[in-house]
Ligand binder design. Structure first.
Ligand SMILES: [Zn+2]
Length: 242
């Protein structure tokens, strides 16, 4: 099973950024738990740096994720300093795969949050301890600025929901999504999937799939990333794409 580590920043004596009534250590804990919940429902194994208001040193966060043998480390933060917008970071020197992972997470998050008025500050690199000391691909997300007009966006539950689902969709694009609904019909063409003609078999629950193509009503799902698979009706599969 693919293992994801969720690192809620700060905690305990370290509040993180504070502004407009928002406290980073509390906001990131709520969001981290929501991501944990959604990833587990999507069939991932999830490890957490903290599930309550506890302080951990940066090195201990990396050590915990390393001994869990996570496939991906996601650190959750928000920003301060008067800017506006969302940005994410990977370590200054990473394999090309990590850059690709950052692009996928970034694209999925941005596609869900710009409708709230959150700016895109782009993909960035930094020498952060949790990115440097983790043995797996690692990314740190800054959800917006608590000391700017972003605060009103960060406060909204609908923003938190879209933010979390963007992260989860990104993880699913990287590692595949687990089909959780029983027996979707598989077809050779999108039209066949819509009409129900010429069924070629069934997609069983528990199968790990990647989306190869997408139309309004159908998905081409494949078990081998980048290779065409079978067409299914969106309403018949439960992989978060409906
Ligand atoms: Zn922070």
């Amino acid at each position: 099973m693919t293992k994801i580590w969720i690192d809620a920043g700060h905690g305990g004596k370290d509040s993180g950024a504070v502004g407009n009534g928002l406290v980073e250590k509390d906001w990131v804990l709520t969001v981290a738990k929501q991501i944990q919940n959604e990833l587990m429902k999507a069939g991932f194994e999830v490890g957490m740096t903290r599930t309550n208001d506890t302080f951990y040193e940066l090195s201990d966060r990396a050590k915990k994720a390393n001994s869990f043998k996570a496939d991906l480390f996601i650190s959750i933060h928000f920003n301060a300093g008067g800017g506006k917008g969302y940005e994410d970071y990977i370590y200054t020197s990473t394999p090309a795969k990590t850059v690709e992972i950052q692009k996928i997470i970034h694209k999925n998050v941005i596609s869900k949050i710009t409708k709230h008025g959150m700016n895109d500050r782009g993909i960035k690199k930094a020498n952060f301890a949790v990115l440097r000391e983790t043995a797996m691909d690692a990314i740190l997300l800054e959800a917006g600025f608590c000391d700017s007009t972003d605060a009103a966006i960060l406060e909204k539950q609908s923003y938190k929901n879209d933010y979390c689902s963007g992260i989860v969709a990104g993880v699913q694009e990287i590692f595949g999504a687990m089909v959780t609904k029983y027996r979707a019909g598989k077809y050779l063409t999108s039209d066949d999937a819509i009409s129900g003609n010429n069924i070629k078999g069934y997609l069983e629950a528990g199968t790990k799939v990647f989306v190869y193509k997408e139309t309004d009503k159908t998905l081409n799902l494949t078990t081998k990333k980048g290779v065409p698979g079978s067409w299914v009706l969106k309403t018949e599969v439960n992989i978060g794409k409906r």
